[in-house]
Design a protein around this ligand. Structure first.
Ligand SMILES: C[S@@+](CC[C@H](N)C(=O)[O-])C[C@H]1O[C@@H](n2cnc3c(N)ncnc32)[C@H](O)[C@@H]1O
Length: 317
């Protein structure tokens, strides 16, 4: 069987010795679900692998491992929300690990419940004068793997990276919201900490006959947030915990809060396969959700563990 798959490559054909084989890329490999093996632990009623567990409490479970080793061992259709900011374009090197990110959607889809969403936060590097387009490639890989692209959202920052001459300052990253079918949960945010809410604004909608019908949105029932979200980022802004900034690329706790609130409900199970400093798990705990996090670098697992071990003020859920 494996030989048949291998034969399918671009180099296959008749040669002196019959058939040439080439190595399939990670993306092309047929998905083989790993059978649960080794030790298992029971956590919140779930049978999970017990290898590489770095931290465990009632709300959070952290694996110190390559997520590609752990994800196939998770139970099918068990995750309510994936929240991830992958390492992109080798922008920052994390212990020299390399990762074929385009293979990730095929690892994630089977373990997600029907209607579960995956928030994927990513930007591009500029290489040889051109943006890499990695974000788009990743979005297309999710679509090709069977996800829907539910919403392309923007994470706009009050700080810039890579000041360069000849182009405007890079001020945002994408927040792709992929879904496994129609999203099962949407709790629209009803707060005014963003500056793009529409209350008090005139909104017009074009009708089928071409006319415009509009109204001024005045009641709080009309409140609806747009999909460009603005956050203050940087030291003691993304988080009020100083040691988390030992990680070079955290996303703001407020951003994690907003997505967790939007796409999950209390007691839901959230997964972050690139946990970093533990922002997703920390915010999940605060908001009454459970979280499985996977992080390859031990020093970042340690930050996440420390963060989760300190008392978290639970918000009313
Ligand atoms: C952009 S950071 C995530 C930061 C996180 N959202 C936070 O707020 O702290 C990406 C993380 O993925 C980790 N990582 C890279 N390759 C990995 C892999 N194959 N499996 C698990 N974690 C990985 C890196 O060490 C890094 O900490």
């Amino acid at each position: 069987m494996l030989r048949m798959w291998l034969r399918n490559g671009a180099l296959s054909g008749s040669g002196e010795r019959g058939v040439f084989y080439r190595t399939l890329s990670y993306m092309e490999m047929p998905r083989v679900r790993a059978r649960p093996h080794g030790g298992r632990l029971n956590w919140n009623g779930l049978e999970l692998p017990d290898k590489n567990v770095y931290f465990k409490d009632e709300d959070s479970l952290i694996y110190c491992a390559d997520c590609r080793d752990i994800l196939p061992l998770l139970r099918d259709k068990s995750i309510d929300l994936v929240m991830a900011s992958p390492p992109y374009d080798d922008l920052r090197t994390y212990g020299g690990y390399s990762l074929d990110i385009l293979g990730m959607p095929r690892l994630l889809l089977p373990i997600m419940l029907d209607g579960a969403c995956c928030v994927w936060i990513v930007g591009d590097q500029v290489i040889n004068g051109s943006e890499t387009g990695s974000s788009f490639r990743q979005a297309l890989a999710f679509l090709d793997s069977g996800f829907s692209l539910h919403d392309t959202m923007i994470y706009a920052k009050d700080a810039f990276r890579f000041p360069e001459s000849g182009r405007y300052l890079q001020q945002f990253e994408y927040m792709f919201v992929f879904s496994n079918g129609k999203p099962k949960t949407f709790n629209p945010i009803n707060q005014k900490h963003k500056n793009n809410y529409v209350k008090g604004k005139y909104m017009a909608q074009r009708q089928r006959d071409g006319t415009l019908v509009g109204k001024v949105y005045s009641s709080s029932n009309d409140f609806q947030l747009g999909n460009i979200w603005f956050y203050d980022v940087g030291y003691m802004k993304s988080s009020k915990i100083d040691y988390v900034f030992e990680h070079p690329a955290i996303f703001p706790e407020l951003l994690a809060d907003d997505h967790i609130n939007s796409w999950s409900n209390p007691n839901d199970l959230i997964l972050d396969p690139f946990l970093g400093s533990g922002t997703t798990a920390y915010c999940a705990k605060k908001l009454g959700r459970k979280c499985i996090g996977i992080e390859i670098e031990e020093k970042y697992c340690e930050i996440a563990k420390k963060r989760l071990s300190q008392s978290v003020m639970r918000l009313d859920v």
